[in-house]
Structures are given as structure tokens and as C-alpha cells.
Design a binder for this molecule. Sequence first.
Ligand code: DP6
Length: 314
Amino acid sequence: KKTQGTGKAPVNIALSKYWGKRDIELNLPLNGSVSISLPGLGTETEISLIEAAEDKVLLNNEPLPAEHAFAKRVSKFLDLFRGGDNQHFAINTYNSVPTAAGLASSASGYAALVLALNDLFDWQLNGQQLSLLARLGSGSASRSLFNGFALWHKGENENGLDSFAEAIDTKWPEFCIGLVEVDIKEKPLSSTQGMQNTVNTCDLYQAWPEQANRDMQSIIEAIQTKDFAALGKTAEHNALSMHATMIATWPPIVYWQAESVTAMHKVWQLREQGIEIFFTMDAGPNLKLLFLEKQKPAIKQAFGDIRIIEPFKD
Ligand code: DP6
């Protein structure tokens, strides 16, 4: 019997976003979402069974105190998988992205952890099943089991068994993502708390699930027909609409910083010059630029030495 398991998963960027839950315990979303995974950026996790009174959680080789928020959340997730109350795990998580900087490291984190458990216990689960389990750790983790584009079905069932992600099998080699790092410090408010506040206090939110589901359909179609202009436009509009619901939450959730807005204006200026570039943003101040390979020189000229990811080539 195995005593150690490992797993590795990429971060993903939603092109149409998940914001709001219909079930908080099970991380069931009020709308579906579509993402693109960033190979090379992500999480690697080792897990083993240990003889100890509690779990041992390490982040980038640093042991975390048991009362640390991340350690607590991981231990609560692992409660789902213990063979008895006194079975404990040692988990070592290596992130190649800063934790909680709006680069969705919880997504790659729970996906990698589920893969490590699958390895440790030799479950031999398929992508859908792994996605369901990862979703229980963090909603967006359901999409991090796959490379390329992924689609997370909202699902209808109360038990959540139909709420999982799957790969969209279109390859788009020219597709590029640029990371504009405005600030990589820990975000002031978690997505979990933020989306709950939005659902509870934002009147604009009513309009969100329907728009988000429509945007998701448009983006899937744009991926399948490789219509970059339609994809970019829908993704940017979707992100800004999500941020509009955040801003109209009480207390307000404004993840943007001044430089975020400056970068947005730069994108719009480039578009006026005929350069096809769009952006998306998550629960943080950083922009993710969306463009095709042929625009690389123009993007580099405008944004300088930013990190560019080619999801289908890297
Ligand atoms: C803005 O998946 O981090 O990045 O399910 O509570 O863990 P929990 O939330 P999380 O939320 C991600 C929100 C988002 C949009 C997205 O990735 O779709």
C-alpha cells in the first residue's frame, strides 16, 4: 500500500466568471464558467499519511501553524477523506504563483491536492470525478484539472453531482495571455467572503447569473469558431460586469488599484489603434491581457517586459 502521493495542476483564468454560490458548503455556483489553464504556473503537492495528532501543512516547505487560515481550510477539506478521525496527513504544497494574488492559487492548490489524494489512495478517478472533488475545496479548482479551455457546468442538482468541469478540446496555438502585475500582495478579501457579500447585499447581482450564463455560451462558441474578437469582447465585458457587482456590494469590494485603471485605459487606447487586445480581471488588482500571437510586439512595446503565457505552446 502507498504511503505517499503527488499531484500537479495549473492555475486557470476564467474567461467568463464564477461569482456567487447557490450552496456555500458544496461550492455550487449560481452560474457556469469557462476558463483557460496556464501551464507552467501552478501547484505541486505531496501528501502522505502520518502518525500524529493533527495534520502537518507546509507551504513552499515552510510549516504553517495549525491555526493558519490556509492550514485550517486544507484540514477541513481533508476531513472529507479521512479513514477514521485519527488519520492525519502531511501535505507539502509548492506554488509557482504567489498565494492569493488574484492568480487563483487556491484553484491549482485543490486540484493538485485531489490529484495527490487520488495517487495516494489509488482511486483511479476520471477527470469529471476529480473535478467534483476539487470543487469541494474551491469552486474554481474544478476547472484546474484540465489543460487548455475548460467549462464548469453549473449543474442543477442539490447534491452537486452534476456540477463539474470538463475540457473543451479546441487547441488555439496563437492564443496568448499577458500578466500585468499591479500588486502581488495577499488580497484584502477572499473570493469566498466577497462573493457571499455580493449575493447578500448587491441589488445589481440579480442580473448577473443570467448574463454570466449567456456569456459562457458566447465564449464557448467563440472558442469553437476561433472568433477572437467575440471571445475578447465577451470576456472583458463579463469581467467588468462582475466587478460592477463587487463595487455595488456593501461594504464595497474594490479590488482595483490606480495602476489597474491605468492599464485598462492602455488596453482601450491600443484597441482604438486597431490592435486586438482585451483584458480580464479576478479578485485582485492585476490584469490578464488576452491577445493573439501576432500582437505580441505591439503588446511588448506598450506594456514592457510583462510575462506572456502561451497556453497551447508552453
Ligand atoms: C473571481 O473559486 O476562489 O476568480 O469557491 O469560495 O473557493 P471559492 O471561490 P474561488 O472564486 C473564484 C472567483 C474568481 C472568478 C473565477 O475564477 O471564475
